[in-house]
Design a protein around this ligand. Sequence first.
Ligand SMILES: [Mn+2]
Length: 430
Amino acid sequence: MTDQMISADVIGEHNKSNEAALGSDYAALGENLSRRGIDIEAITKKVSEFFVAVPSWGVGTGGTRFARFPGQGEPRGIFDKLEDCSVINELTRATPTVSLHIPWDKTDPKDLKAKGNSLGLGFDAMNSNTFSDAPGQAHSYKYGSLSHTDAATRAQAVEHNIECIEIGNAIGSKALTVWIGDGSNFPGQANFTRQFERYLSSMADIYKALPDDWRLFSEHKMYEPAFYSTVVQDWGSNLLIAQTLGDKAFCLVDLGHHAPNTNIEMIVARLIQFKKLGGFHFNDSKYGDDDLDAGSIDPYRLFLVFNELVDAENRGVKGFHPAHMIDQSHNVTDPIESLISSANEIRRAYAQALIVDRKALDGYQQDNDALMATDTLKRAYRTDVEPILAEARRRAGGAIDPIAAYRKSGYRKKVAGERPAVVGGSGGIV
Ligand SMILES: [Mn+2]
């Protein structure tokens, strides 16, 4: 029996008053899909088996480098964060795992595991942090970490990553995500080649410490905090890293870490083709690394990314099991509501991609019928699959409308009374 943060009665009552409408919407959509030769039950089953990990840092209010405006009842530490993550999973039944960030979430692994078990939560990829200095550390990362010119600083950063693997191993995680802020702010500040050689050598040391059944994800990011050059700036450098390190090394694609208008779905296709797609950090952006909610700016792009994933799934690409994780910063919304919404948007893109008529698409591509090929994608994208998402949640014990049920539950008000308000507006997480 797991601890429920949102009582089953609240969810039950909410569902009861929405069940009839959902039943008729689901039947109507089922009929529509059936005319297109699609079995709605098969899609609902696939959607209900699709999960995405919530980031522990995502349940706190984020901020920018200018300011942070704290919200009500913010989590005080990792155990509060896990409770908030549990709320998201109880209502959506789409987020049964949490991705931790060390040292932010550092505590006795036995306690982490026990808390996770009590809430029915598991742990996805571990995230190391060598982009800021932890209190009391011997060497500063001001001028870099894994690629630093100083060997002792590099060794300290390697050691931190190995510690993340050890903590992760104790709590059932199977992957380490490495993102570094290393780079340079001025032309001439760093030697591109030597800096990348030092990075590769440090990563090789981390790779050696990886258990056999683990994967190592490197995450590229075009700019920030380094504004002139970044060591792992794009998928090209990222692919070189994964290929150099070995079979357990993969590329992680954070949707926000690209220049505006970059064809991310094509990057995804290339990485799948060469067996190096490790997983995702889902979010959305308008201008840069905005860390906005998944699907909030360009839901069609999210769909096109999933179109590639479903294509690979259908082709039975060997060893294809990308990690799905959210990486967002919530500045003006209740983080729990944003994460509920994002988990739904990610499942929506998956469901829409599942109903693409792939046989027809293949034919149109073969015949060079560009208009009908693109219309085939649009037809799937235009389909309102909400009844499938809601039904998948309902059947798994979640809420038909999870944000409405969350608001009804009064959870935020309850924790605001228990957790003292955070004072001051420090710089936020990035
Ligand atoms: Mn990320």
